[in-house]
Design a protein around this ligand. Structure first.
Ligand code: AOF
Ligand code: ZN
Length: 376
């Protein structure tokens, strides 16, 4: 039998080069909002001549960075891009134009861009210029990395990761409130890395007041990668001297409140550089979770890490708004008089209880991290 390899055949080498582009894209997670983190690899005669990702802050795009790196070597090359090259004149010229002008011969794409300004237009431009275009390479892996951007673009809300760090019996503090430290240093470092990879980190006003957290990423070399800090605070009870308020000039702090929050408190927070965002409230007077997520999506947040406390965690679960659960568990028993990780969910029968599917467990020193996904 005769097999013909044409420009539209997907080879093992195509998948391998796309895997390199995916790894580049992953490095930009949490650094490019509101843009997606895209990876781009240029290959000529089987050799990588450029590798790049979307720059911090979202621009320049991945392809522009790769083309700048390759220079003349881009002529005749194959471009591997994790997201369809853009077709629009936005804040930068269209990447599809740049690929055409650079003389790229073939473009391999993992995921088509649902942004209405692109939406197949990039692929069409490339094809019209005579470039061989292949899609559907490593699509599932690319969608995992682009999940937040795809969610915000398609349904207007960021993806949500709920982080819980509990004892083996699901407690987050003793009856007297002692909670430092349930999990060990490796688990805590992993938690800081999770912060750096999300666009925003969210807590309730109770936690912000009780713990007075900094909510920054404090891993060496990643200190500048702290995400936007978001506080759910229906009545704007957050103290003006809270650390999140005092440091709002260095790392953005946004407070989501109800529509009827007192305007004098709003003014006091805004004077300190905090952004105050009123949203619709639920019958309990607290910000409605989906309204809060829509507000974050509008402001360009693709992914949110929810860190507690127990009321906020329960509210996100009740709203069926948790896409991923990051469950850090320490091998210590606290007992039923300790504080539960979740407030009451008023679950009557188990069919109605939020249920997840495990995506694997890893060991972090003495602790474990189990990653669970929402069941769809
Ligand atoms: C690409 N490569 O690396 C990224 C893309 O406001 P602009 O002009 O920066 O355009 C933003 C849109 O560009 C964004 O919504 C998405 O469609 C695309 N992002 N495209 O070709 C990239 N980050
Ligand atoms: Zn672009």
């Amino acid at each position: 039998s005769v097999s013909t390899i044409t420009a539209s055949t997907i080879t093992a080498a195509d998948r391998a080069f796309m895997a390199v582009a995916l790894r580049l894209a992953r490095r930009g997670l949490g650094r490019t909002a509101e843009n997606p983190s895209v990876g781009c690899v240029l290959v000529r005669d089987g050799e990588i001549v450029a590798r790049a990702r979307t720059s911090d802050g979202g621009r320049p795009h991945a392809e522009a960075n790769a083309l700048a790196m390759a220079g003349e070597a881009a002529r005749g090359a194959t471009a591997y891009v994790t997201l369809e090259p853009c077709a629009h004149w936005g804040r930068t010229p269209p990447c599809s134009n740049a690929l055409i002008e650079a003389g790229v011969a073939r473009v391999v794409v993992a995921v088509e861009d649902p942004d209405p300004r692109v939406d197949g237009g990039g692929l069409a431009m490339l094809r019209a210029a005579g470039i061989a275009v292949v899609t559907g390479v490593e699509t599932a892996a690319a969608e995992a990395g682009l999940a937040g951007y795809l969610s915000r673009t398609r349904i207007g809300r960021p993806t949500v990761t709920l982080k819980l760090a509990t004892s083996l019996d699901g407690r987050i503090a003793t009856a007297t409130g002692a909670s430092r430290w349930i999990t060990g240093p490796q688990a805590r470092a992993c938690g800081h890395l999770m912060r750096a990879r999300h666009d925003a980190i969210l807590v309730g006003a109770g936690t912000a007041t009780a713990d007075d957290p900094a909510l920054t990423c404090r891993l060496p070399g990643l200190e500048a990668q702290s995400p936007v800090r978001v506080v759910l605070d229906s009545g704007l009870a957050l103290s003006r001297s809270a650390r999140l308020v005092a440091t709002a000039a260095q790392t953005p702090t946004w407070v989501i409140c109800g529509q009827g929050a007192p305007s004098d408190r709003r003014g006091a927070l805004e004077a300190r550089g905090v952004a105050v965002i009123p949203v619709a409230t639920a019958p309990d007077g607290r910000p409605e979770i989906h309204a809060a997520l829509a507000a974050l999506g509008e402001r360009g947040i693709n992914s949110v890490l929810v860190e507690g406390g127990a009321a906020v965690a329960a509210a996100f679960l009740k709203a069926d708004a948790v896409d991923t659960l990051a469950l850090f568990r320490a091998p210590v028993a606290i007992g039923g008089d300790g504080r539960a990780a979740l407030d009451g969910l008023s679950v009557a029968d188990l069919d109605g209880a939020p249920r997840f599917r495990s995506d694997g467990i890893e060991c972090l020193g003495a602790d474990t991290l189990e990653t669970l996904r929402r069941r769809t």
